[in-house]
Structures are given as structure tokens and as C-alpha cells.
Design a protein around this ligand. Structure first.
Ligand code: NOJ
Length: 562
């Protein structure tokens, strides 16, 4: 960790210490956001140069989450970290990072870092020392075990049946130690042993270091996998379509003492006001996510992110998260991230003959009006699509080892550079982009959409401004509207002073939707619609009908009773 600096604090933010609940977080994939030095890779200076796009006067989000910025050989494109305490020269320097925090804070934007603490790169000095010998200060920092026996030809047999999520055995033989080490992900991502006190101490010291530099929160990569069963017991097996899926992951994640470890981490985060964390639930259930949720400490659960663009599926996903989280726990809302298809592509692919942009617009309403902190992935505000990447250009190693027992989706497709303007390099780079740009970058870019009041970007700006001015959309309770049309998903968001009604026509046909409430008495004002212009003066009384286009979202506010 470089010498201590004076921590930057956020200035004039839109929300106070409750921003983790009321605000919107925008995920930046640093390699792909903006390249200031022309090497084809995004960098910290590029992010600084484009803060006005995300901050006040632009989108108006409240925090940025940076996917890993640490030194990394890049085999898992940044999620294989070789030093958690500093910045990868690919992205800039520690001073650049401190300037980024300062520049973000100056605009009222908080900064959330991605912490990859379950594993390191095999190039991390801890692992280099650990693999070299069974003695020495780092010898027990990773999950080393003797073989369970030897095959007739002398080949050492793994300690248990654990497999890698990225395919193949989870155990790798190290001749220098004559032992196996475990890796949930690539063999080049050895698993730390969090039961070794020095590991926990080192990781928590690293967390304190980033907080001291003014960081406002952390996203915790696969956090529920940190602890394994102390005896590394073999997992029970079951029917499944992949090696990973054929195990019940009883012993390689979600251990009963994990909440205690989290409490120790959270005590550090909570020692300063306005800090938060969000854990990435790894291969777990929404019930597990909810049981780990507390104020300021959120979790990504996957039901909504996996739901197809069908009314019944969306209603079920929303209803089940409401039931599981209940009124006192706070969910997150995410429709995409750096591991998943772009939301427009994914949702549109789940229906026949979609108007992809219409789906993208309605999805914007969904993610920004559900109960829960929205996490927007960069580029969704333009309606970016997955990009076809030829195999020889793919930068996602697991995608290269797809096998019948290991299905994988090439994540390069959703990590392509942000298009800022028309022209070569799309304003992303003056060099050769590390991944190809989308074929529509000439027209689907920030500058072009910013000039068009009817664009997806303009819709996001309106929606975010509306959310910022509407407490019910930030913290209101959510109730599903009963007895809905087959293609409609509708819900209300309510605080004691305000009721907002959201309706999405998740079908291709134009429909006439009957506005709910006490017939003849509840009155609603139309505040936003995704097809065509808003007509804010329009008022409707419960029982009246409103026309909705296919894949249109509308937002109404209750204005009183007649
Ligand atoms: C989850 C991250 O989101 C993903 O990108 C990564 O490959 C795995 N963790 C392993 O670090």
C-alpha cells in the first residue's frame, strides 16, 4: 500500500449516508470505458474525463463501481489479482486513482471498488511464496492438501471431489510441494485459505487502506465462497448437466461461520459513515442472499437478472424477491453486468419478433423503479447489444475450453468498448481497441444520443431525474397490482405521502390498460412513458383505460381522489 494520503470526502452529494439505498450505482468496466492514452485499453484518466457523462448534468447517478483496477496477468480479465493494494499500470497510477476519487467526490459521486478476496492470481507474491515450499510465512495461505491416494500408475489423486466452476477438476498438483491446491475458478486463480488468521488480517488491512483513501464502498466478488468446510469434505452429488451442476455445494461455500467473518469485515466498513458493501452471491439462492442482508450491506441475487421478458416470469421474479427480502431488508436491482449478456440482447432474445430498443426502454423503467438499489452496467444507457466476437478475438479464457460438461458464454460479448462519438475508435480510443466495438457504434453512441431527445440515453436521463425527485421510487414499498392483463407487469411504490404506479406492457401488441384504484375516484397523472413523448398534463381516473404500445413502460403518480 502506498503512503497514507488524506482521504477525499464526497461533496454535495444528492443523498446523504443513505445513498446505498436511495442512490443508483453505475458499473464501469475500466478496460472498456474510455482510453485516454491511446493504447486501446480504457484507463483511470479516461474515466475522469467522462465523469460528466455519469454525474450531475449527465446521467445523474450517485456512485460508480469499478470492476478490478489492480495489477493482474489478465487471465480472468482483472479478476486474477496479483496485488490488491495498488493500481494496474495498464489503468494508470495510484495518483491517478486518488485524483479519480477526488474528481468523483467533487461531483457528488461515490466510488465503489471491486474486491476479489476469495482468490488471487498465481502470480501474486503470496502464492509464489506459498507454492515454493511447505514452510515459510505464506505456506498455509492457500488451500493446500495432500493427495487422497495414488492411481496405479502413481498419479496423485485429488483430496476430494470438488470441481472448478470454470470446468475440470478444482485441484491442481504442485510438484514443488507434492500437494494439490484448490481453485474454484481458473488454475491460475488459487483459492486463499481464509481460515488462516494471517490471510484475514492481510485482507482486512487492505480494506482499511482503501477506506483511508476515501473509497465509499466495495463490491465483494463471490464472497460467500470465502470459507470452506474446515475438513474439505467431498460434496454430495446429484443429477445435473455439468460437473459443477452435479454437486450439491455443501462444503465449498456458504459455511455456517461465514456471517461471523462478514461481521468482522462490516465492522471495518461501518466504522466510517456512509460506507457500504455489496456481495456477489455465488451460485446461491435468493433466500441465502436475503439472510445475509443488513443495512448498508447489500447482495446481488440472480432471479431477476435471469428472468425472461415475459410478464408471468417477471411477476414471479419480482414477487418472490419481495416475499423473501420482506419489508425490512433491502434488495438490489440489476439486469446485466460484466458476466452476463447485455440486457437488451438477453431480454429481446427471450421473445419472438422484438423491437430491441423498445425492450431496452421498458427495461430501463423496470430497473429504475423496482424496490432495491439499481446497479446499471455501463452502456445500458445507450441500449448497447452483445457484440459478435470471433473466437480468435475473444478475451475470456473459459470460453476457449467449452466442453460438453462445461457450457460457457463468451463474456467478451458484453465487455466491448463504450462508444462515445461517431468516427474511428468511437471516441473510446485513438488506438486499436482491445475488443472490437459494436457494429452500430457510428450511431449508437453518447454524442449522437445526447442530441436526440427521443433516444434511450435521453430516456435514462429523464428516468433518473424522476427517480431522484420521487421518494416513493427510492424507498417506497412495492405492491404488485392484482388481476393484470396477460402481458402487463404493474406495481405500485408507496410512501406515506406518495404513490407511484408503474406498468410495463411486456408484449408486442398495443393494448388498452385499465388503470387500477377505486373506480371513479383514484386519479393518476402520467409522468413518463417510453414510447412517444410524455404528456405530463394527462390525468386518468381509476377504471379509465390508457393505450400502451408493445413493450412500453409507463409511470403514473397518484394525484388524489376525486
Ligand atoms: C465473479 C466475477 O464477476 C467474474 O467475472 C469472475 O470470473 C469470477 N468471479 C472469478 O473471479
Amino acid at each position: 500500500m502506498p503512503p497514507a494520503r488524506t482521504a477525499s470526502t464526497v461533496r454535495s452529494p444528492r443523498f446523504g449516508d443513505d445513498w446505498w439505498q436511495r442512490g443508483i450505482v453505475y458499473q464501469i468496466y475500466p478496460r472498456s470505458f474510455a482510453d485516454a492514452d491511446g493504447d486501446g485499453f480504457g484507463d483511470l484518466q479516461g474515466i475522469i474525463d467522462h465523469l460528466d457523462h455519469v454525474g450531475p448534468g449527465g446521467l445523474g447517478i450517485d456512485a460508480i463501481w469499478l470492476s478490478p483496477i489492480y495489477p493482474s496477468p489478465g487471465l480472468d480479465v482483472g479478476y486474477d489479482v496479483s496485488d490488491h493494494t495498488t493500481v494496474d499500470p495498464l489503468f494508470g497510477t495510484d495518483d491517478d486513482f486518488d485524483r479519480l476519487v477526488e474528481e468523483a467526490h467533487g461531483r457528488g459521486i461515490r466510488v465503489v471498488l471491486d474486491l476479489v478476496m476469495n482468490h488471487t492470481s498465481d502470480q501474486h507474491p503470496w502464492f509464489v511464496a506459498s507454492r515454493a515450499s511447505r514452510t515459510g510465512p505464506f505456506a498455509d495461505w492457500y488451500l493446500w492438501r495432500d493427495p487422497s491416494g495414488h492411481a496405479p500408475d502413481g498419479t496423485p489423486l485429488p483430496p476430494n471431489n470438488w470441481v472448478s466452476f470454470f470446468g475440470g477438476s478444482g485441484w491442481e498438483w504442485e510438484p514443488a510441494r507434492e500437494q494439490f491446491y484448490y481453485h474454484t475458478f481458473l488454475p491460475q486463480q488459487p483459492e486463499l485459505d481464509w481460515r488462516t488468521p494471517a490471510v484475514e488480517a492481510a485482507q482486512l488491512a487492505m480494506v482499511r487502506g482503501w477506506l483511508a483513501r476515501g473509497v465509499d464502498g466495495f463490491r465483494l466478488d463471490v464472497f460467500n465462497a470465502f470459507l470452506k468446510h474446515p475438513d474439505l469434505l467431498s460434496n454430495p452429488t446429484r443429477e445435473g448437466t455439468s460437473a459443477w451442476g452435479r454437486q450439491i455445494h455443501l462444503y465449498d461455500r456458504d459455511q455456517p461461520d461465514f456471517p461471523d467473518l462478514m461481521a468482522r469485515f462490516r465492522a471495518i466498513v461501518d466504522s466510517q459513515p456512509g460506507r457500504m458493501s455489496v456481495g456477489e452471491l455465488f451460485d446461491g439462492t435468493v433466500e441465502t442472499a436475503a439472510s445475509l442482508t443488513t443495512d448498508r450491506h447489500l447482495f446481488f441475487d440472480w432471479d431477476l437478472l435471469g428472468a425472461p421478458w415475459r410478464a408471468q416470469d417477471l411477476r414471479t421474479a419480482i414477487g418472490s424477491r419481495e416475499a423473501v427480502f420482506g419489508p425490512h431488508r433491502w434488495p438490489t436491482a440489476a439486469l446485466s453486468n460484466h458476466d452476463q449478456p447485455r440486457q437488451a440482447s438477453r431480454l429481446a432474445a427471450s421473445v419472438a419478433d422484438p423491437d430491441v430498443d423498445a425492450v431496452a426502454r421498458a427495461a430501463a423503467v423496470l430497473i429504475l423503479t423496482l424496490r432495491g438499489t439499481p446497479f446499471m452496467y455501463y452502456g445500458e444507457e445507450l441500449g448497447l447489444r452483445d457484440v459478435d466476437i470471433p473466437p480468435d478475438e475473444s478475451v475470456d479464457p473459459p470460453a476457449a475450453v467449452v466442453a460438453p460438461d462445461f457450457q460457457w458464454w463468451d463474456r467478451s460479448r458484453c465487455r466491448t468498448p463504450m462508444p462515445w462519438s461517431p468516427g474511428p475508435g468511437a471516441g473510446f480510443t485513438t488506438g486499436r481497441p482491445w475488443l472490437r466495438l459494436g457494429p452500430d457504434a457510428e450511431t449508437r453512441n453518447v454524442r449522437t444520443q445526447a442530441e436526440d431527445p427521443g433516444s434511450i440515453l435521453s430516456l435514462y436521463r429523464r428516468l433518473i431525474a424522476l427517480r431522484a425527485a420521487t421518494p416513493a421510487l427510492q424507498v417506497g414499498s412495492l405492491e404488485m397490482v392484482p388481476d393484470q392483463d396477460a402481458s402487463v407487469v404493474a406495481y405500485s411504490r408507496t410512501t406515506p405521502d406518495q404513490t407511484i404506479l408503474v406498468a410495463l406492457n411486456v408484449g408486442r401488441e398495443r393494448i388498452s390498460w385499465t388503470v387500477p384504484g377505486d373506480p371513479g375516484s383514484t386519479r393518476w397523472r402520467l409522468v413518463l412513458r417510453t414510447a412517444g413523448a410524455d404528456t405530463p398534463a394527462d390525468e386518468l381516473t381509476a377504471g379509465e383505460s390508457i393505450e400502451m404500445d408493445g413493450d412500453e413502460g409507463i409511470i403514473l403518480e397518484r394525484v388524489g381522489r376525486a
